[in-house]
Design a protein around this ligand. Structure first.
Ligand code: FAD
Length: 623
C-alpha cells in the first residue's frame, strides 16, 4: 500500500545524522518524514557518552551556528564540561562534554517532536522506489510505500551489520538493535560502490563495583563551559566528576594470551577499524613497547550506575574481557554489565557523492553519516544537517550549498570525503584543516550564521541574537580604537601592572591589546572604565580578533590566492578524454571523480599541478 500523503523529504534513520537532517529539512519548510527502526532510540549514543573534543567540538559549534540541535541538546544533557587545550592558541581550543545518555536522547526527541513540518514514523526501510535513475520514495518492512522528492539515507552501522565478541558473531545494527539486511542487499544490487568498515566499543561496568578511592579524580572545568551560542550554564544538569586509571603489564599479558581468540587477529573481521580510536588489543600489539595505557572512567548518566571505560574498546572473548578489566587498579571487583564488541558494516565510497551529499548515481538520493565512511556523532550530525539542507534546496529548485575548506570544518570534512574517499573510518581533527586560525570554535557563528539565515535554515531568534553580538563586537573594537593612553597620563605602577612596562609614546587601547599579555579586563581596569561590556563572548571575540589580526590577515591572503581554483567550476558534462595533454590515468581519475571545481580536482590524489594547468587552458579555450 501507499501512504496517504506524499512528502518533500524522507530521512531514513534516527541517529545523529538522521535527526539533524530531518530537523534541517523541516526548518527549511519542507514536509519531512523521519522513518526509523525505533522511536525510543532517536539520538541514541551507540558508543561513548560524550560530545565534542578536538576537531569534533568545532563541528558541533558549526552545526549550532547553522541552527542545528546537537549543541543545544548537550547543553541540556551534559554532566561534565571541559575546555580542551585551554592553554593553547584559540584555533585548537575545543569543548567536550560528558553526556547523560537518557537526557541526551530526551533532548533530541523533544526537539524532533516539537518541530513543525516533521512527521516521525517507526518502521524499518527495506527498499527504495526508483523511477529510472531517480529516487521517488521508500518501501518499509511492512510493505508501505512512502513517496518524496528526495530521500536521505543515514543508516549508521546498521547496513549488513555484524557484531563480534571473540569467536561469536551475530547480525545487529548495534547491540540490542536489528541490522538492516534487506536495504543493504538492495543498495548492493544498485551497484553503488560498497566497502566494509568496523568499529568497536568497550564493556560497561557497574559503578558500585568500582573502588573509587584508588582512582584519580578528574573534575570538570570551573567556570563550566557552554556549547551552544544561545546556551547558558543554567541549562546544564548536575555536574559530576570522571575518574582515571591505567592498564598494566598484567592487563597486557591477559590480552596477549587472548589474541588467538580475537576476531581482529584471527581474520574473522574483514572491515578496517579507526586508526585513531583503536581497540585495546590493537594498542597492545601496535605499541608493544608501552606497558600502560590511560583509561577514563566516564559515568553514563545521573540516574544509572553504569560507567563507560574509555580506552578499552574490545572484541576479545567475554572471559578475556572480564579478566582484563579486573586486572586494572580500582576495577579488581568490577561487574561487567554489557560486554564490549566490534561491529562490521557496509559503507559507500563517498567519492561518488556531490558536495551536496547527493549521490551522483541516483538523483534525489542523499547519504549522510557513518554510511559515508565516517565515524563519530559529530561528523554524522554535521553531514546530516548539510544533507537535510541540500535535499530541501533541491526540492525548492535552488542551488546546492557546501562551505569551502576555508569557511568551515564541515567544508573540510565533505571535501576530504568526496575527493579522497576513506581507507578507514574518518574522524575530524584540527590538523585536517589548512586554515585552522580562521576555523575556530569561538567564531563558528561569525563564519556561518549569516549564510545559514540567508539559506533559510537559521531561525529569526538565533539571527537576532547573532546580529546583536556582531554589532557589540564592532562597537567594542571601535571604542578601543578611539581611546588613547598617553605617557604620564596614568601612574607608572598601574601601567607596569597591566602592560608589563611603561609607555614612551601614545597608544590606542586597540594597539595595546595586541600585546600578548595584555587583557581587555586589564585595560578597562587601568582606565577605570566601569561601563565595560559584560558579555564574555563579545570580549573573547574582540581579544582574539585584535591579537591575531596579523596572522588571520595573512591566512585570508593565502585563501584569496587559491580562491580562483575554488571558484572555477568544471562543467558536469566535460569529457576528460578530450583534454589535450592529460595522461590516460589522469583522464580516467577525473572521469571517475567528476570534480565540481578546479580546487576539488587539484586535491584528488594523483592529479598533478601540470594536469591542473592543462585543465585551466582547456577551460580558457572554451573546450
Ligand atoms: P547511527 O547513530 O548508527 O544511527 C543510525 C540510525 O538509522 C538508527 O536510528 C537506526 O535504527 C536507523 N536505521 C538503520 N537502518 C534503518 C532502516 N533500514 N530503516 C529505518 N531505520 C534505520 N564513534 C566514535 O566516534 N568513536 C567510537 O569509538 C565509536 N565506536 C562505536 C562502536 C560501536 C559498537 C558502534 C555501534 C558505534 C561506534 N561509533 C563510534 C560510531 C557512532 O556511533 C556513529 O559514528 C554515529 O552514531 C553515526 O551516526 P549515524 O547517524 O550515521 O548512525
Amino acid at each position: 500500500m501507499s501512504f496517504s500523503e506524499n512528502f518533500d523529504v524522507i530521512v531514513v534513520g534516527g541517529g545523529h545524522a538522521g535527526t539533524e537532517a530531518a530537523l534541517a529539512a523541516a526548518r527549511m519548510g519542507q514536509k519531512t518524514l523521519l522513518l526509523t527502526h525505533n522511536l525510543e532510540t532517536l539520538g541514541q549514543m551507540s558508543c561513548n557518552p560524550s560530545i565534542g573534543g578536538i576537531g569534533k567540538g568545532h563541528l558541533v559549534k558549526e552545526i549550532d551556528a547553522l541552527g542545528g540541535v546537537m549543541a543545544e541538546a548537550i547543553d541540556d544533557a551534559g554532566i561534565q564540561f571541559r575546555m580542551l587545550n585551554s592553554s593553547k592558541g584559540p584555533a585548537v581550543r575545543a569543548t567536550r562534554a560528558q553526556a547523560d545518555r537518557v537526557l541526551y536522547r530526551q533532548a533530541i526527541r523533544r526537539r524532533l517532536e516539537n518541530q513543525p513540518n516533521l512527521w516521525l514514523i517507526q518502521q524499518a526501510v527495506d527498499d527504495l522506489v526508483l523511477q529510472g535513475d531517480r529516487v521517488v520514495g521508500v518501501i518499509t518492512q511492512l510493505g508501505v510505500k512512502f513517496f518524496a522528492q528526495a530521500v536521505i539515507l543515514t543508516t549508521g552501522t546498521f547496513l549488513a551489520g555484524l557484531a563480534h565478541v571473540g569467536n561469536n558473531n551475530f547480525q545487529a545494527g548495534r547491540a540490542g538493535d536489528p541490522p538492516s539486511i534487506s536495504l543493504a542487499r538492495r543498495l548492493r544490487e544498485m551497484k553503488l560502490p560498497v566497502g566494509r568498515l568496523k568499529t568497536g566499543t568497550p564493556p560497561r561496568i557497574d559503578g558500585r563495583s568500582i573502588n573509587y578511592p584508588l582512582l584519580q579524580e578528574q573534575p570538570g572545568d570551573d567556570p563550566v563551559p557552554v556549547f551552544s551560542f544561545l546556551g547558558n550554564v543554567a541549562q546544564h544538569p548536575r555536574q559530576i566528576a570522571c575518574w582515571m586509571t591505567r592498564t598494566n603489564r598484567q592487563t597486557h599479558d591477559i590480552i596477549r594470551d587472548g589474541l588467538d581468540r580475537s576476531p581482529l587477529f584471527t581474520g574473522k573481521i574483514e572491515g578496517i577499524g579507526p586508526r585513531y580510536c583503536p581497540s585495546i588489543e590493537d594498542k597492545i600489539v601496535r605499541f608493544s613497547d608501552r606497558d600502560s595505557h590511560t583509561i577514563f572512567l566516564e559515568p553514563e548518566g545521573l540516574d544509572t550506575h553504569e560507567v563507560y571505560p574509555n580506552g578499552i574498546s574490545t572484541s576479545l572473548p567475554y572471559d578475556v574481557q572480564v579478566n582484563l578489566v579486573r586486572s586494572i587498579k580500582g576495577l579488581e571487583n568490577a561487574h561487567i554489565t554489557r560486554p564490549g564488541y566490534a561491529i562490521e558494516y557496509d559503507y559507500f565510497d563517498p567519492r561518488t557523492l556531490k558536495s551536496s551529499l547527493e549521490t551522483r548515481v541516483i538523483e534525489g538520493l542523499f547519504f549522510a553519516g557513518q554510511i559515508n565512511g565516517t565515524t563519530g556523532y559529530e561528523e554524522a550530525a554535521a553531514q546530516g544537517l548539510l544533507a537535510g539542507l541540500n535535499a530541501s534546496l533541491k526540492v525548492q529548485g535552488r542551488a546546492a550549498w557546501c562551505p569551502r575548506r576555508d569557511e568551515a570544518y564541515l567544508g573540510v570534512l565533505v571535501d576530504d570525503l568526496i575527493t579522497r574517499g576513506v581507507t578507514e573510518p574518518y574522524r575530524m581533527f584540527t590538523s585536517r584543516a589548512e586554515y585552522r586560525l580562521q576555523l575556530r570554535e569561538d567564531n563558528a557563528d561569525m563564519r556561518l550564521t549569516e549564510i545559514g539565515y540567508r539559506l533559510g535554515i537559521v531561525s529569526e531568534s538565533r539571527w537576532r541574537a547573532f546580529v546583536l553580538k556582531r554589532e557589540a563586537i564592532e562597537t567594542e573594537q571601535e571604542k578601543l580604537r578611539k581611546i588613547w593612553v598617553r605617557p604620564g597620563m596614568l601612574p607608572e605602577a598601574d601601567l607596569i601592572n597591566v602592560l608589563g612596562k611603561t609607555i614612551e609614546k601614545e597608544y590606542s587601547l586597540y594597539e595595546l591589546l595586541r600585546r600578548p599579555d595584555v587583557t581587555y579586563a586589564g585595560l578597562m581596569a587601568l582606565l577605570g572604565i566601569e561601563d565595560s561590556m559584560t558579555d564574555e563572548k563579545v570580549i573573547e571575540q574582540v581579544e582574539i580578533k585584535v591579537k591575531y589580526e596579523g596572522y588571520i590577515e595573512r591566512q585570508k591572503q593565502e585563501v584569496a590566492r587559491y580562491s580562483v581554483y575554488e571558484m572555477t567550476r568544471l562543467p558536469k558534462d566535460i569529457d576528460y578524454g578530450s583534454v589535450r595533454g592529460l595522461s590516460s590515468e589522469v583522464q580516467q581519475k577525473l572521469n571517475q571523480h567528476k570534480p565540481e571545481t578546479i580546487g576539488h580536482a587539484a586535491r584528488i590524489s594523483g592529479i598533478t599541478p601540470a594536469a591542473i594547468s592543462l585543465l585551466l587552458v582547456h577551460l580558457k579555450r572554451g573546450f
